[in-house]
Design a protein around this ligand. Structure first.
Ligand SMILES: [Zn+2]
Length: 66
């Protein structure tokens, strides 16, 4: 068993991400509600998208096995 960080990019394995900001009509920076991985160009609005597969590593749970 290896300890896998709860939050980790599915693309590059980075363990952090940044908020994305965009300018509104007045030129002020606002959080756009989206994020970008610190290790690659993956952008997302939900951390679950960044983490990728919803299922954590399971050791033969057998769910759905015929
Ligand atoms: Zn990444």
């Amino acid at each position: 068993m290896s300890t896998i960080p709860a939050n980790r990019c599915r693309m590059c394995g980075a363990t952090s991400y940044h908020r994305l900001f965009e300018r509104d009509g007045g030129g002020a920076l606002r959080h756009s509600g989206r994020y970008r991985c610190s290790g690659c160009q993956l952008a997302f609005s939900q951390a679950s998208e960044w983490r990728g597969s919803a299922a954590p590593q399971s050791t033969g749970g057998g769910a759905g096995a015929h």
